[in-house]
Design a binder for this molecule. Structure first.
Ligand SMILES: Nc1ncnc2c1ncn2[C@@H]1O[C@H](COP(=O)(O)OP(=O)(O)O)[C@@H](O)[C@H]1O
Ligand SMILES: [Mg+2]
Length: 349
């Protein structure tokens, strides 16, 4: 199995051709100080790969500092990166070391480099050329010995054409390009990753690991995972918590992954159809549809929870042949509470 690096905290999983070529480049580039630019959609493992480069480099015992250029307000990014001297601006009561300086002798990872404002791009270019930084309000530059790794989910060549990213900076940063393919282009890794996350979640929760049956695994492989490995990892965690029983089957999967119910029917489900009989509603898998999984465009939490509740109530009623005492018992509710709910939800036999 292609594991570049396994530490107490993480391992990188994958045996597809796509990820193996990435591992190959990581292996070759780690030992050098060359600047690496990691390309890939969100959730493909860009930061993980940057860490692997650092951990496999001679700088491994020195700091690895990650900065998300897209998450820090533009006006703060410069002082965050390069620091400031006491008195540089109102409120600068003490000198503060920036992240680039903190990474000295180690590696700095500039994530979402495409979001860096133009004025700062010029300064970064100078830092790369001169290997020194200017703290805000500082009088003399500070020498640095830092390896730069950057990442972006954007097509920077388009950004260059649009005048949003400096071409000279791009060439400086993109000495070794590393392209991480999206998960849908390396489907062979999905079962491996799913089992990895399953074991990890169970371990964290101190439970015995659940298994995924073959049919359910096939559904996971067929799904397109727009959020890539991050989405798969979160998804498996939810399954471990929410699925009933020790084996995960297609019934446990949300509709979007099961891929059986067309998307249009979402609205039909959130607006209960009173034309359907309770058992028809049950057969249509009301509660299963919302068992887990947040659709791309979000959900109406209140109505989804109501639908989930409705599904379970109907199931209890069906199971007990509509004997309300018994149904209430199955739901650990008082009979009167159940009757109130039935009235409110307009559930009749
Ligand atoms: N090949 C892999 N094996 C195991 N876990 C992975 C792998 N790639 C990514 N992950 C996990 O997926 C999540 C997203 O990865 P991350 O590096 O933050 O992606 P990105 O920076 O591209 O958005 C993290 O929790 C990471 O540990
Ligand atoms: Mg990231």
């Amino acid at each position: 199995m292609g594991i570049v690096k396994q530490t107490a905290n993480y391992s990188i999983i994958g045996e597809s051709q796509g990820i193996q070529s990435v591992f190959d480049i990581v292996g070759k580039a780690a030992g050098s100080d060359s600047t690496v630019m990691v390309f890939g959609e969100s959730g493909t493992g860009k930061e993980l790969i940057a860490r692997a480069l650092h951990e496999n480099s001679p700088r491994r015992d020195k700091p690895f500092i990650a900065v998300n250029c897209g998450a820090i307000p533009h006006e703060l990014l410069e002082s965050e990166l390069f620091g400031y001297e006491k008195g540089a601006f109102t409120g600068a009561a003490t000198t503060r070391i920036g992240r680039v300086e903190l990474a000295n002798e180690g590696t700095i990872f500039l994530d979402e480099i495409g979001d860096m404002p133009a004025a700062l791009q010029v300064k970064l270019l100078r830092v790369l050329a001169e290997r020194e930084i200017d703290r805000l309000g500082g009088t003399k530059p500070v020498q640095i010995d830092v390896r730069f790794i950057t990442a972006t989910h954007r097509n920077l060549e388009d950004s260059i054409k649009e005048g949003k990213f400096r071409e000279d900076l791009y060439y400086r940063l993109n000495i070794i390009p590393l392209v991480i393919p999206p998960l849908r282009d390396r489907k062979g890794d999905i079962p491996l990753l799913a089992r990895h996350f399953l074991n990890k979640c169970s371990e964290n929760q101190g439970k015995e690991s659940k298994t995924i049956n073959q049919e359910a695994m096939q559904k996971l492989v067929d799904y397109s995972w727009p959020g890539n490995i991050r989405e798969l990892g979160n998804f498996i965690e939810r399954m471990v918590v929410l699925s009933v029983g020790s084996t995960i089957t297609p019934r446990d999967l949300p509709e979007k992954v099961r891929g059986e119910v067309p998307r249009e029917s979402l609205s039909k489900i959130t607006e209960p159809d009173f034309e359907q009989s309770p058992s028809e509603m049950l057969q249509n898998g009301l509660q299963q549809s919302f068992f887990m999984g947040l659709p791309e465009d979000g959900i109406n939490l209140k109505s989804v929870v109501e639908d989930f509740e409705r599904g379970l109530i109907l199931e209890a009623l069906e199971k007990t042949n509509w004997v309300k005492n018994k149904a209430a018992g199955l739901l650990q509710l008082n009979r009167t509470t159940l009757v109130e709910k039935l009235k409110k939800m307009k559930i009749t036999r």
